[in-house]
Write a protein that binds this ligand. Sequence first.
Ligand code: ADP
Ligand code: MG
Length: 206
Amino acid sequence: MTPIVITGTDTGVGKTVFAAGLTAALGASYWKPVQSGLEEATDSQIVAALSQRPVLPETYRLRRPASPHLAAEDMDIEIDLAQLCLPQVDGPLVVEGAGGVMVPLNRRVFFLELFAGWNAPVILVARTQLGTINHAALSLMALRGAGCRVLGVAFVGAAEPEVEQTIAEMCQVRHLGRLGPLADLTHETLAHAFQDIDLDAIRSAL
Ligand SMILES: Nc1ncnc2c1ncn2[C@@H]1O[C@H](COP(=O)(O)OP(=O)(O)O)[C@@H](O)[C@H]1O
Ligand SMILES: [Mg+2]
């Protein structure tokens, strides 16, 4: 079993779409340990459709579309890290966090600590729009400070070569490629776009 963690600089940056593409490309399984918000399509449903690969059930399914610690409290539960051990599967396992690294799981623990405890390589998904250098650099500093092995940064959005290069150089992080904006998001269009992602670098680091 080879886990790989997908985190992001923020919510809505493209983690789920990237994770779906990666799950398909690696022939992996996907796991979203904590899902907040059940009204819209969940990340697991989106990944199942886009990757056409096995999706494991979420450990915590929280109704409110809010930070997991608040969504859990709404349901009178507290997220217990002992319940969030990496599941054993054959082959690669793509694991998606919620939001970014400093999202609270409960009143004491951030996602970052969970990732560090798993000891699994991490890919940071970043948008290409203005503001991303700051968010990417902060996220990388936090990940490295916690002892996480960062495999690289994957970008989502329109090309911004100067911005992407600045992050790669100043943060000394591998640029894993970029998923451009897809007008029609399907299994096929995503698989095609994923040809721009450096899968060899990802595979060799697993
Ligand atoms: N490459 C892309 N092309 C077009 N739309 C995208 C792309 N990546 C993400 N999106 C859209 O952006 C929104 C946020 O993406 P998502 O992957 O759910 O982000 P996150 O998991 O970081 O919250 C979704 O509506 C998704 O369909
Ligand atoms: Mg997501």
